[in-house]
Design a protein around this ligand. Structure first.
Ligand code: URA
Length: 237
């Protein structure tokens, strides 16, 4: 809820004093009714405001954030079990929601925004957004299995997904690969390796739509730059 004159000012129409004048002079209608009180409280998401016979669309200022998600927190906004949530790490007044989801024990790049359209599109398979994960496995991966992942593996009924794999570490104790996928099915990466007989010991998302952690420690976040937001929007237009 906000005052009518504030709504018009924030919508970028005119300066506050001009908006007051237009309201006093009877040029403003709210839900079809002429309003001359600039202090009237309106719901910016529901009420229809018309000035000079034109519907005013409220320009919401969107926020776009990158968080390096730590372990032991959930990407859901409400958790009936009272577990720590990713939004608990972000101390700002806007209510943001994560773009897609990560499992409780998965770490790494998570975008959060209040821009529903951008979030929806970034999660849509049609746009083939790159997601890169570093995966710690319980054993050495074979060439054959790398090929199988490339050609597609069935992780559920009628659910075939693809990934291109690079070996990062292949010593006698640590087996780490990177996998790039374009879809975001539930527990997708773990299921891809599980069906081939591997256990995933650690999962870290190192890139989402070209965005990388770049010095953010687990639990730290920053606003995306204007250039980064523009690049995201270019990918989904
Ligand atoms: N794939 C998974 O299995 N888990 C995640 O958190 C993300 C991708």
């Amino acid at each position: 809820m906000m005052r009518l004159n504030k709504f018009l000012t924030k919508a970028g129409m005119f300066a506050r004093r001009k908006c007051d004048q237009y309201i006093f002079s009877g040029f403003v209608y709210v839900n079809g009714k002429r309003i001359t009180n600039p202090g009237l409280k309106i719901d910016e998401n529901k009420d229809e405001v018309v000035l000079f016979n034109k519907k005013i669309v409220f320009k919401k200022k969107y926020k776009y954030i990158i968080l390096n998600k730590p372990k032991d927190c959930v990407t859901t906004l409400d958790d009936e079990r009272g577990r720590k949530k990713v939004v608990d790490y972000i101390d700002i007044k806007e209510r943001l929601f994560p773009v897609g989801r990560l499992d409780i024990d998965t770490t790494g790049v998570l975008l959060l925004t209040n821009d529903g359209e951008v979030s929806y599109r970034l999660s849509h398979p049609k746009y083939e957004i790159n997601k890169v994960y570093n995966v710690s496995l319980d054993k050495k991966i074979s060439r054959g299995d790398i090929e199988k992942l490339k050609k597609g593996v069935e992780i559920g009924k009628d659910e075939v997904v693809y990934g291109s794999v690079k070996i990062i570490e292949n010593s006698s104790k640590k087996y780490v690969v990177s996998i790039t996928v374009h879809t975001g099915r539930k527990r997708q990466v773990k299921r891809m390796f599980n069906v081939l007989g591997y256990s995933v010991l650690e999962l870290d998302r190192v890139e989402f739509a070209g965005m990388v952690k770049d010095g953010l420690k687990p639990g730290e976040w920053r606003n995306l730059t204007k250039e980064e937001v523009d690049s995201l929007k270019n990918m989904i237009n």
